[in-house]
Design a protein around this ligand. Structure first.
Ligand SMILES: [Mn+2]
Length: 328
């Protein structure tokens, strides 16, 4: 259920503000991109000056989406926040999702920032926090919000919200997909969301290098001695040998972690850009966010992640130890 009081407060703050900053989260996904662009369209329709920033390079599949070309690639920690009178965080659970630097605690988070999110692990770091952990996606929550605000949803917005829902439910596979999710998806299609375009964008637009990366993931994959999870790792050196760039590393966790009979979840570790990136996917509801949480990350029951900065071998040991403890 939508928290109506908070929903009202958010609209009041938006109406008061003029210059609004919208950061995408690190490694932006369909839900983050769809939600931020949909909110951006709404804000601009009110005559607000908006700026969208991204820590990561934008995955090329998303580049053609309206508004994406103007996104500035910059670390949130480097932004002069006094240039803005409101920050809106969509699909962002904690500060570590927008920068890898420690943020000063002095920023007036209290009155000038809003979180609209559905992550289980949300730390509510903003002044106003609208969090619905039972919602499939940030886009679904945003739909509820637009409906509550009586905003007419146009074709472009419908497409962006559909992208967010379709992406974060893994095509309506994950447990938070509800009858309501399907109803909203249906309304969005009636309003012009383009299923074909979104299927192409999300599932049929990989580069060959990504498939080479997947082949390495599969080659290195093993079932843990506990029998309860699978895991794989790809080292910097292996990536280098195959000439795989950071932007080629995608998709493997959702595709390969939750598919082995008899297991509860899967883990993939990528050594990339001086960090170890861990991705977790659960097969039938085992809470992988608690594992990610113990490793400094977060996410959802079904899909979670973390980043470690330590030698690869050490990271591997640490992760396996935490994972084995979690299934005992
Ligand atoms: Mn999301």
């Amino acid at each position: 259920m939508l928290d109506k009081k908070t929903a009202e407060k958010i609209l009041v703050e938006i109406k008061k503000a003029n210059r609004i900053l919208l950061p995408l989260h690190i490694s932006p996904d369909g839900d983050c991109v769809g939600s931020v662009l949909a909110m951006d369209l709404f804000l601009r329709s009110l005559g607000k000056k908006t700026k969208i920033i991204s820590y990561s390079k934008i995955p090329k599949n998303y580049l053609f989406l309206p508004g994406m070309a103007e996104v500035e690639i910059v670390d949130f920690a480097k932004i002069n926040l006094s240039d803005f009178d409101l920050l809106v965080f969509l699909d962002i659970a904690q500060e570590t999702m927008i920068t890898k630097k420690q943020l000063p605690r002095k920023f007036p988070w209290s009155s000038k920032s809003i979180i609209i999110d559905h992550h289980f692990t949300n730390t509510k770091f903003a002044g106003i926090n609208l969090i619905d952990k039972k919602t499939s996606s940030c886009a679904e929550l945003l739909y509820d919000l637009f409906k509550f605000w009586k905003i007419e949803i146009d074709k472009q917005t419908a497409n962006l919200l559909f992208l967010g829902i379709f992406s974060d439910t893994g095509c309506f596979q994950y447990p938070l997909t509800s009858a309501k999710t399907f109803k909203i998806a249906s309304v969005l299609m009636e309003k012009g969301a383009d299923l074909n375009q979104i299927v192409l964008l999300l599932f049929r637009s990989y580069g060959i290098k990504t498939l080479k990366y997947w082949s390495k993931v599969l080659e290195n994959m093993r079932i843990d001695e506990s029998g309860k999870f699978v895991w794989s790792k790809v080292s910097q050196e292996e990536l280098k040998r195959l000439d795989i760039q950071p932007e080629d590393i995608e998709g493997a966790a959702s595709l390969f972690c939750p598919v082995i009979k008899g297991t509860e979840f899967g883990i993939i570790l990528d050594e990339c850009g001086g960090f170890i990136k861990g991705s977790l996917r659960s097969r039938q509801g085992f809470d992988v966010a608690q594992i990610a949480g113990k490793l400094g990350g977060g996410g959802h029951n079904q899909a979670a992640g973390f980043t470690l900065k330590m030698p690869f071998g050490e990271a591997e040991e640490k992760v396996l130890k935490v994972a084995r403890k979690a299934i005992k």
